[in-house]
Design a protein around this ligand. Structure first.
Ligand code: GTP
Ligand code: MG
Length: 195
């Protein structure tokens, strides 16, 4: 994957705005502030290309990043941020659900979780829902730089068992030191080829 060619395509706020292209898509989901946008910057090897914030609720809309001839990456708004109004949460919730359910070229949803946290209900619900819909998932445990080696493996195992994920189906990642970046790229490449 040559990320030198990555470009921002558009921000989608309703299903009508989804791009016509039938390029395969990989979506990135997770709780608000978990580090979705940072992971994309690390993946693309860019600084602040995708907007990042210490304030939850930064990403609004389904943000499309286009890798010509390869695929589109879709940064989804985070879920579970209590301070966003119920109406707003519902709007994004519906849009994301409709997108995930109907988008034919969607190849995989990368579900990003914080390695430091216990298995969260909302993440489990999403993973189960995606499995039920037979949408392929890849789990990424991020912010690994915030833990020491021992607690990294311990936490990863805990999340594995909490979510029913096998160690082969997840990547321990850090947007700060790039741990897991090569593994993620390799996995995404395989997914795009197999599809
Ligand atoms: N130490 C560390 N901090 C991280 C990492 N990834 C993200 N962060 C920090 O976590 C905060 C949230 O990062 P974002 O990438 O904006 O998170 P997001 O999931 O896109 O958030 P929303 O768009 O609000 O849903 C920022 O302060 C980042 O600098 C990481 O791997 N390590
Ligand atoms: Mg974001």
């Amino acid at each position: 994957m040559n990320f030198g060619e990555i470009q921002f395509l558009l921000s989608v706020h309703s299903l009508r705005q989804l791009p016509q292209s039938d390029l395969p898509e990989i979506a990135f989901a997770g709780r608000s502030n978990v580090g979705k946008s940072s992971l994309l910057n690390a993946l693309f090897d860019r600084k602040n290309f995708v907007k990042v914030s210490s304030r939850p609720g930064k990403t609004q809309g389904l943000n499309y990043f286009h890798l010509p001839g390869v695929c589109n990456f879709v940064d989804l708004p985070g879920y579970g941020y209590a301070k966003v109004s119920k109406q707003t949460q519902e709007h994004w919730g519906k849009l994301i659900t409709n997108y995930l359910e109907s988008r034919k070229q969607l190849r995989c949803v990368v579900v990003i979780m914080d390695l430091r946290h216990e298995a969260k209900r909302r993440d489990r619900d999403l993973l189960m829902w995606l499995r039920q819909k037979q949408i392929r998932t890849l789990a990424v445990y991020t912010k690994a730089d915030k833990l020491s080696g021992n607690s990294r493996s311990k936490q990863a195992r805990q999340l594995d068992s909490g979510h029913g994920i096998s160690a082969d189906d997840r990547i321990v990642f850090s947007s700060v030191n790039r741990q897991g970046r090569d593994a993620l790229i390799e996995r995404l490449q395989t997914i795009l080829i197999e599809a």
